[in-house]
Design a protein around this ligand. Sequence first.
Ligand code: GDP
Ligand code: K
Ligand code: MG
Length: 283
Amino acid sequence: MTEKLTIALAGNPNCGKTTIFNNLTGARQKVGNWPGVTVEKKEGKLRHKKYDLRVVDLPGTYSLTPFSIEEITARDFILNENPDIVVAIIDASNLERSLFLAIQILELGRPAMFVLNMADVAEAKGIKIDEKKLSLLLGLPVVFTIGNKNRGIDKLVDAAIEEITRFDEGKKSRDIRYGKDIESCISNVEDQLIQSKLNLDDVLRWTAIKILEDDKIVKGKLRELSSQEAEKIFHVAENCRKRIFDLFEDDFEIVLTDDRYGVIAGIVKETVSNLAIKRIDMS
Ligand code: GDP
Ligand code: K
Ligand code: MG
């Protein structure tokens, strides 16, 4: 019996996503467009042990907001087609910048893992990432790769399959936690979502955050499910947005973005040491 699994590759432009996609799928590729848009869609196949893997190369993006067709395409695929795992490809030589997208992928609540690609570039720059600590901190697998040398690719696939299995056996993704004012808003909207019985299960927290960010697409989808429930939820969210504005004199999405950068700075501080800088410090 073979098992069919779908792996989606996500990441910033130029992080090496297509290189890794090519390493994984070789010549077994299909190139087309995403439905209705002129964004290129690449899909390929890979046979690994008892698994038939379908690999999808998502459009390169810096975020998962609804402001560009690439971002909408990437997040719709993750939300609607439910890949068995989302592999966030990270430029290891630029961890801080890459984490802005990567933690949003983690935040979707679906099975995910991080791939620290460009490991050679990071090493040449004297950047050392403690991948075990990063993995423990965020509760997901982390592997190093050097895409253009085809290094680490088997490890990537093994880790992906292990993580899919863990989720099948009941693992839940770990949440990124923000400041107390943001968290209390998220809880308020989550509570209202639960009362609405719209059955959002695994995307509950993500949906609450998106409503608070005034994400027009997510709000439109909720209205389609139940306009009456949607208005109640939006009312709670609007009160929270006002509270945040009074406290910080900025919109919720700006305050949350600042908080995200704070979380990222904390992760980088815990897991990265720059050997080049240390050498200078000691001289
Ligand atoms: P994408 O935009 O994310 O699809 O990135 P590409 O796969 O097109 O890669 C961008 C460039 O980075 C290409 O020139 C690759 O050969 C190169 N590249 C990919 N992975 C690595 C890596 O691990 N190390 C180095 N030094 N270059 C890489
Ligand atoms: K490219
Ligand atoms: Mg590409």
